[in-house]
Structure formats: structure tokens, C-alpha cells
Design a protein around this ligand. Sequence first.
Ligand SMILES: Cc1cc2nc3c(=O)[nH]c(=O)nc-3n(C[C@H](O)[C@H](O)[C@H](O)COP(=O)(O)O)c2cc1C
Length: 189
Amino acid sequence: MKKKIFYFEKKGKENTETALKLALQRGEELGIKTFVVASTFGDVAEAFLKITPKKYNIIVVTHQAGFKEIGKIEITDEIKNKLINEGIKIITATHALSGVGAGVSMKFGGISAPEIIANTLRLFSQGMKVCVEITLIASDAGVIDMDNEIIAIGGTRRGADTVVVIKPAHSIHFFDLDIKEIVAMPRDK
Ligand SMILES: Cc1cc2nc3c(=O)[nH]c(=O)nc-3n(C[C@H](O)[C@H](O)[C@H](O)COP(=O)(O)O)c2cc1C
């Protein structure tokens, strides 16, 4: 099988529109109906909503509370409600590849196994790590049909620059997760 990968010259949010279009296009080709999207403030979620037919199952994973500020989540209730009213599912939960492991290493030093996995995935791109992480989070939240492939969309800090086709797995079965295809990623890290 011969497939194309779209490489962005530069990482970052300026690639969002193209990344989202590529995600939709590959989804159409493969008959994938579930899209898992990382969105911290809701920008990528809103951009995706604008170009997506209603028939899709869109899951938006946000930062967990406390990532930037104790007790706070970046996305506002107003944007959340707007997305929910459009049928989008929003998941806010512990980051699967950091969580308590990161708490331990921040306090005592060293590095946890999930953080090693996260940094290894970052050899592809920040977005690759994010795509795997949000797939685990959405899987553990029970909002994904675990028998079918999904498309995950992540980025570098803001926006979207990485698109991956993934056969999902729950975090306790991490090594059953299967990265099937890279649709788009930045060449620049
Ligand atoms: C759970 C989660 C983990 C993330 N981890 C990283 C990361 O390790 N590195 C990074 O550059 N961006 C990370 N991001 C940012 C996303 O890849 C994406 O660019 C961002 O959520 C888009 O937000 P926006 O819609 O507000 O622009 C993370 C986002 C989420 C929701």
C-alpha cells in the first residue's frame, strides 16, 4: 500500500486549517467517524466544527485542571457549552502520559515510565505524543468504540499540526494501542 504523509515545514498553529482538512479527507477515505481532538482553549475544536459534517463523533480533550493554574482549566464554560450544544463530547481528565508519575518525578527527580513514553513519541512531534495521550484519555472515558480506528489530532502548544490514524486502547492496555498511519506531522520539532 502506498500512502502520502503531509509534512509541515514548520510546527505550530498556522498548520491548523490544513491539518483539519487532511484529517477529514483521510477519515472520509477510511470511513472513520470518530475524531479525537486536542483543544486547550477550544480554538481547534471550533475550527473543526466549522468544516465537519454533523454525522461525526467528535471528542475534544482539554488540558486537565491545574496544568497552568491550580484548580483552573483554560477553556471557558461559554465555549464548552457552545461545543456541547453542537454535539461535541468534551473530556477533561488526568493526562494519561504524566499524571501521578510526573508528580513523583517533579518532587523527587527521575522520570516515570509514562514520561519516557511521552518523550519518545515527541521524537516524531509534540502532536504525536498528544495524539496518543488524548486517545488514551478518550478511551478511558468510555466515549470511543474500541473496535474501530479513530483519527487523532494534536499540535505543538496551540493549534493542530499532527494527524494520526489510531486503533485505540485503554491506558491499562497501553501496548495494544496501534498507530496505523501518520496523515500529517511537522518536519520541524
Ligand atoms: C491532554 C493534552 C496534552 C497536551 N500535551 C502537549 C504537549 O506535551 N506538548 C505540546 O506542544 N502541546 C501539548 N498539548 C497542546 C495540543 O497539542 C494542542 O496544540 C492544543 O490543545 C490546541 O489548543 P487550542 O485549540 O486552544 O489551540 C496538549 C493538549 C492536551 C489537551
